[in-house]
Design a protein around this ligand. Structure first.
Ligand SMILES: Nc1ncnc2c1ncn2[C@@H]1O[C@H](COP(=O)(O)OP(=O)(O)OP(=O)(O)O)[C@@H](O)[C@H]1O
Ligand SMILES: [Mg+2]
Length: 239
């Protein structure tokens, strides 16, 4: 299949088996929303897909456009077009926002232009005053999410995992997120968005919704699943 595929992965963090055989397919040009209770393993799935060394894949495979990347380092996955927007984006004081944008452009073969960098920041609701600041340094919760979105836009990834990109975003921010996610999918990307918010899920209008409970996918379907979760909770959906 072309897109992002997770095939029966078992993932151990420290001593604990957090994911117990998760299979999830995100075809190219589509948006899949993943929901699930706190601690169910959503971020673990995101880290395992990206190749974080603490999240050990004991069984199963991760595929990008059919290529098995399970053994690759995070940077090798990134070079194949995989991008992870963190639930809690880390602060990187020593790297300026402007430098990050310049390097991202250079990686794609484009020269740095300050006006393009400013346009990118303005597109996500930030402005030129952020250019000399350290990455996420002193950023508010919503500003962090906006800069993460900017990174996704500039890198033009082909496989995108966003871990609660809506947390801390204001109403306008969530609309912006939805329109940019739609744009990424329209340009061919496979986009997986993790969220707790039924309203975000509805605005995203995903092709599919998957529900993770206790390290297992317990339901897959359309937006009706989101409504059911809102009304009756995860335990009922899990059956
Ligand atoms: N680095 C770690 N060390 C110890 N335990 C961890 C680590 N990472 C995850 N876990 C544990 O694995 C389980 C799943 O955590 P995870 O962060 O994947 O949940 P989540 O579904 O993303 O939850 P939330 O909705 O709160 O973000 C939790 O019990 C968590 O404490
Ligand atoms: Mg999480």
């Amino acid at each position: 299949m072309s897109g992002l595929e997770v095939e029966g992965i078992h993932v151990r963090v420290n001593e604990e088996l957090v994911l117990k055989g998760v299979t999830l397919r995100v075809p190219n040009s589509s948006v899949v929303v993943l929901m699930g209770p706190n601690g169910s393993g959503k971020s673990t799935l995101a880290y395992a897909v990206m190749g974080h060394p603490r999240y050990r894949v004991e069984k199963g495979r991760i595929l990008l456009d059919g290529d098995d990347v399970t053994g690759l380092k995070p940077e090798e996955r990134a070079l194949r077009g995989l991008f992870l927007a963190f639930q809690s984006p880390p602060t990187v004081e020593s790297v300026r926002v402007g430098t990050l944008i310049r390097e991202a452009l250079a990686r794609r073969g484009f020269p740095f232009s300050e006006s393009e960098a400013i346009a990118l920041l303005e597109r996500v609701g930030l402005n030129r005053s952020y250019l000399p600041r350290g990455v996420h340094d002193g950023f508010s919760g919503g500003e962090r999410k906006r800069l993460e979105l900017a990174q996704a836009l500039i890198l033009k990834p082909r496989f995108v995992v966003m871990d609660e990109p809506d947390s801390g975003l204001d109403v306008e921010g969530v609309k912006l997120l939805a329109s940019e996610v739609a744009g990424l999918a329209e340009s061919g990307a496979a986009v997986l968005v993790i969220t707790h918010n039924p309203r975000t899920a509805e605005i995203l209008a995903p092709d599919r919704v998957a529900v993770l409970v206790s390290g297992r996918i317990v339901a897959e379907g359309g937006l009706e699943l989101v409504r059911e979760i809102g009304e009756r909770g995860y335990e009922v959906v899990a059956g």
